[in-house]
Design a protein around this ligand. Structure first.
Ligand code: SAM
Length: 340
């Protein structure tokens, strides 16, 4: 069964944040000195998350991505992976991580049934890594990627947020690194989402600019001929290397977006740009049956008509989506609470 929204978008992919905590402080995501965290007793247990997955898969979700905050900070994550992977309806189970804690966990995650892994890595320069993330952890991330490459995942990807004057000179180096470790690299345009309080139009490197820079370096680049609901548009270099660009800022793809997000405390969001979501924890903890959850999910999705990233294009002067004062009042507005 597939539930369709008002633009004909199916409920296809669910991103589940398992914690709002992170062990990095990336300048484009968590640049502030302090944060308000979700209360511990509101964080969904693995059993509750699995019940949610059951409700969503009954309505057509067949791809699940575990994210955060930093998901590998959640104790015993492999147990959650094991139960979600055991669901036949989950055709694809993936994880997004910053990689800092990945090396010792990669094999266990793979053995528990995790199929694909994406590691966020914005630079290969140690000092630059520390400047972007506020932690000297590049070596740990690179070891994590090596461990993931050795663990036998169906795919390992590297996601890099590209910012003008920060790391936009590293596109070829990141592609070469990805090729070396067998990981497809995807460049992400810097987004003006909640939490990106230092965002400015000037700091964005557009998909067009990335392609121009890469063509100047490699020569002709051809688009990969494919239709997909994946956020990245993929390209091929003349040596066959494939990379992707996620252009949510300058060329959004809301029309084909089938993703929704569940925060660690059970708030369900349609979009990274959404101002509010639907609390599924309360009904679950009040004893709602899976069928009752399904009815609520269906009612919300079928009435959905948002196109968050496309609507941002209407603004003449774009600024960070949410002012710091508002973020401090509601952690659900933060990217690190929503999961990327
Ligand atoms: N901690 C994990 C990680 O680092 O991958 C998962 C959570 S993180 C919020 C998920 C993704 O969101 C990362 O790839 C991160 O680079 C991306 N992200 C965060 N803020 C962003 C922004 N302002 N623009 C574009 N991507 C962003």
């Amino acid at each position: 069964m597939s539930v369709i929204d008002r633009y004909g978008r199916p409920l296809g992919s669910l991103r589940i944040s398992v914690t709002d905590r992170c062990n990095l402080r990336c300048s484009y995501c968590m640049p502030e000195p302090d944060y308000a965290w979700l209360p511990k007793d509101t964080i969904l247990s693995f059993e509750e998350i699995d019940t949610m997955v059951g409700a969503f898969t009954a309505l057509g979700v067949d791809r699940v991505r575990i994210t955060g905050g930093e998901p590998l900070l959640r104790r015993d994550l492999t147990s959650l992976i094991r139960v979600v992977a055991a669901r036949d309806a989950v055709r694809d189970l993936a994880l997004t991580t910053n990689g800092v804690l990945l090396a010792p966990q990669a094999l266990a995650l793979r053995e528990a049934g995790l199929q694909r892994i994406t590691v966020s890595l914005d630079t290969l320069d140690r000092r630059r890594f520390e400047a972007i993330t506020r932690f000297d952890a590049l070596d740990a991330v690179l070891s994590g990627i090596d461990a993931a490459a050795a663990a036998g995942f169906a795919s390992v990807k590297i996601d890099s947020v590209i910012m003008k004057g920060v790391n936009d000179d590293e596109l070829p180096a990141l592609i070469a690194y990805g090729k070396r470790v067998g990981a497809e690299v995807r460049f992400i345009e810097y987004m003006d989402v909640g939490g990106a309080t230092r965002w400015s139009t000037e700091a964005v490197v557009s998909k067009r600019e990335m392609l121009d820079a890469l063509e100047a370096h490699y020569g002709a680049i051809v688009p990969v001929d494919e239709t997909s609901s994946a956020p990245a548009v993929r390209f091929r270099l003349s040596d066959g290397t494939v990379f992707g660009i996620i252009s949510s800022t300058t060329e959004p793809f809301c029309h084909s977006c089938d993703r929704s997000r569940l925060t660690a405390d059970g708030v369900w969001l349609m979009c990274l740009y959404a101002r509010a979501g639907t609390d599924l924890r309360r009904p679950l903890r009040a004893g709602a049956t899976t069928e009752e959850l399904q009815r609520l999910i269906t009612a919300v999705w079928t009435s959905r008509a948002d196109r968050g990233a496309e609507e941002r294009l209407w603004f003449d002067r774009r600024e960070p989506l949410i002012p710091v004062a508002a973020l401090k009042k509601d952690a659900h507005l933060e990217m690190h609470t929503r999961g990327g």
